[in-house]
Every structure is written in C-alpha cells, then in structure tokens.
Design a protein around this ligand. Structure first.
Ligand code: TNX
Length: 524
C-alpha cells in the first residue's frame, strides 16, 4: 500500500514538474523571482491596449514602437484594460513587478526606467511565447548599477542608424551605459566647433592596413573616414536616453591621439607632421604634456563635450601612452621640473589629475583606463580595469569605483571559437559564451571592496569590424551571457541558460539582429 502511494505521489510529482517546466519562462537576463500559475495565459495581440501612466508616457510608446512591425500596431490608451503601467518609488529604482491575471497585465516600475525594463521582459515573453503571458508574478531588479557596452567608432565608423540599432540591442538586454570611443589615432569622429580642423582633417585617413599587418604590409589604397555633427550627437544622446541608456563619451588623451595631431600639429612635442594613422596598435605620437596650449585645447574640447553629453562620468582614455616623445621634449622636461615630477609616468599623472580637476569643476567625474592609477589620480576617479581582474581588485581596494572589463572575458573583438573556423579575421584571443557566462567579477576582491565594483562592460574594438553586421556577430549571443553577469550575477544557472538562449535566439531573429552561430552549434 505504502509503495502504491509512493508511486502515485511520484507520478503526480512528475506530471506537475512536467506541466510547470512546460510553462517555464525563458528570460534573459534572469529575473529575481518568477512564480507562474500552472494554467492560464493572458494573450497579447495587436488589439491589446497599453494603458498610459500619463506622468510617465515614454516607456509605453517605446514598447508599442518596438512591437509594431512584429505584432501590428497596438494602441496606447488613457484608460481601460490591457497592459497597465505605474510607478512605485518603494521598489528598486530600476526594478519592476509584472502581475498577470485574466484581467490583464500590470507593470509597476521603481521609476520610469524600471517600468521600461518590465516592458522589456514582457516583450521577450510576447515574442518568444506567441503572445501568451502566463498568469503569475515576476519581480525583478538588477545586480549592478553600471551595465555597459563600448563601441569604437574611430578604427571604423558607424552611422547614426548603426549606433541606434546598437543601442536597441543593448536596451533589450537591459544595459544602461554606452561607452562611445569617439577619438583615436585612426580618426577623430566628433565635431568640435572650436577646432574645425579636427573633423576637416582628422576624420579621414588616406588608407587602411589590410590584415594583421605582418611583414610585408599591405594597404587598401582607399580613403576612409566619417564623423558625427553635434546635431547628430544630440540626436543619438536623446535616442539613448529615451531607452534609459547614458552615453559616456571618450576623448582619448594623451596617447591614442594621432588623428588630432594630424589636424593640429602644435599639439605635439616637436610639432611634427603626422598622418591620421593607417595601422593598428600603439603609436609613439602623443599629445605634448608640457605646453600650456595642450591643456587649453583639452579643456576647450571637453567644454563642448560636456555640453553635448549629460553623463556625470566622462571618459578621458589614459591608456597606452608611450613616453618616447616626452623624454626628448624641452616643454615636457620643463613641466616636470616646474612641477617637481620624477619621471614621465608622473607627468602623465599630472595631465590626468589636471583634467580631472577641470571636469570636477564642471560637476563631472572622470573615468579612465586603469593606467590612470599609475599617476596618482584621486579616488573620485572611476577606473575601467582592462589589464586584468587584479588591477580592478587593486583599484577597488584603494577606494575607486571600478568597472570591470578584463581582457580575457570582456574583449568581444576576440575570436569566439578555439578553431576560429569560419570566423573571418579578428584580432586574436578566444572568448566563448561559456567563459563570459561563468565569469566571477568579484574573484579576488575582499568583501569590503566589492561595493566599489559598480559594474561590468564588454568592449567592441573595431580594427577588424568594418560594418555593423560584423559588430552584431561579435556582440551576440555573448551579450546574452554578459547581461546575466550584469543584471543577475547571483541568479545564473548553467542548467537552464542554453534553453533560455534558444528562446533568445527567436527574439534576435524577430528583430533581424545578426548573431554568431557557434554557441548554438555547440562549438566552443
Ligand atoms: C587595447 S583596451 C586597446 C585598444 C585596442 C584594443 C584591441 C585599451 C584601453 N586599449 O586601443 O583597440 O586593445 O583589443
């Protein structure tokens, strides 16, 4: 008798597990809490109304727009039944709840952004589950405040439409920062009214290196360039902000500045004529850190930058600055003497801290590549740790806010498979979905310093990516893995992620976003 009962219980449990798992929701990144009922769906169709919270209309309009070409045009209404929206400030600022019953779907956000993220989750369910939203409750909030992706538009240029499409992809993964790498040796891409030469001369290179540049080197012989006007920049900033994404502009200094040096030779130590660089790597041509005119230039540029970008953080680069020119420069040597600086590393520190003070005086804070730690920058500077998690740990232990972007995990310009077969030409390395997914961004960081890790970001350097399709293939599906680190670090689950990504793939297909096939083919 006992065993019959046990058998029955097991059978019932199996059926129940089966029904529940058949109704599992596949959402990337993973929400904090999901409790769905065993039966019953609210079906969203083109006739479903989205009921406005009149004080916060933007998320509703974005949602309708994002579904319109897939689902038909839903209507936004001021009252009635359907998908209702509201704000409850007691929730986490970016958090939300979704409650679904036979009456409709109620989304409550901790703010307008939270409401927007609730609608992102709902959009995934609608698209991947044929509009059927199971009765039940979802509660959600992010793990990290800073959830970023970077885009290098200097090595190759991406149009306004491309950047907007990139932003759409980030928003669907609940990212909230775009780190826009606007200047480098190979092209200056942002219009600065005080120095028209920057785009007149600095946005064009005469040709581009072919391949990895092993000897003998070959160039394509094609002039290449592009830039954004200030009006275009404002448009993109506004586009991002209405998707709750802050754009952090990066103006590289004092290295990675050869395009500016071509436009304005007096920025260099010897005022030598240099070309907008046609190769990749690290050039010895850098801004002179000894002349006052360099500081005036940087401040004038940054004045326009802060006028265009509301972001509190402004990225000032700071990476990979060879000191050869400074060692031979009378201005740099005189500046070192006058400031009591021991060596050229300290001169770089002087430049960075001087710019930091300038930006602080304008109500902004700097973020820079981790080399900024070498010159004694103050703890108010945020550090972007790229040369390894150890440097990130060091910065966090020393009171800096840190964004983790370690090279072996976050460089999405790297190859995605071991064999590299069919991948085309990339810079090198090997980062697959699994490496990103299983990464612990807190490894080696004391309990106390963990609070300083404000977020995580992937970097998309574009030396080998000359169109957006290639960028998308480098970004997806690895961004799926990264978004789980950013939004749901403690909720990751190796057992369910593959099934969730299969569902996410349907979502990518619905939007025509390109993605790499390797993860789905089981290639590592
Ligand atoms: C290093 S990461 C760079 C970039 C290159 C990239 C290629 C960093 C701060 N600097 O200039 O594009 O490697 O992966």
């Amino acid at each position: 008798m006992k065993s019959v009962k046990a058998f029955l219980m097991l059978a019932i449990a199996t059926i129940l597990t089966f029904t529940v798992s058949a109704r599992e929701l596949n959402i990337v990144p993973q929400p904090t809490y999901i409790n769905i009922e065993e039966t019953g769906d609210y079906v969203v169709t083109a006739k479903t109304r989205v009921i406005l919270d009149v004080a916060h209309p933007n998320p509703a309009y974005r949602f309708v727009e994002d579904l319109s070409h897939i689902y038909g045009v839903m209507k936004v209404a001021k009252r009635g039944k359907g998908i209702t929206l509201s704000v409850d400030n007691s929730l986490h600022n970016e958090g939300y709840t979704i409650t679904t019953t036979a009456e409709g779907i109620a989304i409550v956000g901790g703010s307008e952004a939270g409401m927007y993220y609730g609608l992102q989750t709902l959009r995934q369910i609608i698209i991947t589950n044929e509009g059927r939203v199971p009765y039940g409750v979802i509660r959600d909030e992010p793990s990290f405040d800073y959830r970023g992706a970077h885009l290098d538009v200097s090595r190759h240029f991406f149009s306004v439409a491309d950047v907007k499409r990139y932003i759409d992809i980030l928003a669907a993964h609940k990212l909230n920062r775009l780190h826009w790498h606007l200047t480098d040796d190979q092209g200056w891409r942002i219009e600065i009214k005080a120095y028209p030469e920057l785009i007149d001369k600095g946005s064009m290179r005469k040709e581009t290196l072919i391949g990895h540049g092993l000897e003998p080197k070959w160039w394509d012989g094609e002039p290449y360039g592009g830039y954004y006007t200030q009006a275009e920049i404002r448009d993109i900033v506004e586009y991002a902000s209405s998707r709750y994404i802050t754009i952090i502009p990066e103006i590289e200094m004092p290295g990675h500045s050869q395009a500016a040096l071509h436009a304005l030779p007096w920025l260099g130590c010897q005022e030598q004529d240099v070309e907008v660089w046609t190769m990749w790597g690290v050039t010895p041509e850098v801004l002179c850190a000894g002349k006052e005119s360099t500081y005036t230039f940087l401040e004038n540029v940054l004045k326009e930058v802060i006028d265009l970008f509301p972001s509190e953080l402004i990225h000032i680069g700071g990476d990979e600055c060879p000191k050869d020119r400074w060692k031979e420069c009378e201005h740099c040597q005189a500046m070192m003497k006058a400031q009591g600086l021991e060596n050229e590393e300290e001169l770089q520190g002087y430049l960075v801290t001087r710019i930091e003070k300038f930006l602080n005086g304008h109500g902004r804070r700097i973020i820079g590549w981790d080399e900024i730690l070498e010159g004694g920058v103050t703890p108010t500077a945020t550090v972007m740790a790229w040369r390894g998690a150890k440097i990130g740990a060091y910065a966090a232990e020393h009171g800096h806010e840190v964004v983790m972007v370690p090279l072996p995990i976050c460089y999405f310009d790297f190859y995605q498979t071991e064999s590299r077969e069919g991948e085309g030409l990339h810079i090198g390395g090997h980062i697959n979905f699994e490496k990103v997914y299983s990464w612990d961004p807190f490894e080696g960081i004391s309990e106390e310093a963990r609070k300083n890790i404000i977020g995580v970001q992937c970097n998309l350097w574009s030396e080998y990516l000359n169109n957006l399709k290639m960028v998308e293939i480098q970004l997806l599906p690895r961004l799926g893995a990264l978004s789980e680190v950013q939004w749901s670090v403690d909720r990751r689950n190796e057992d369910t992620i593959r099934q969730k990504m299969e569902s996410m793939r349907k979502f990518y297909d619905a939007y025509g976003w390109h993605y790499a096939p390797y993860y789905f083919e089981g290639r590592k």
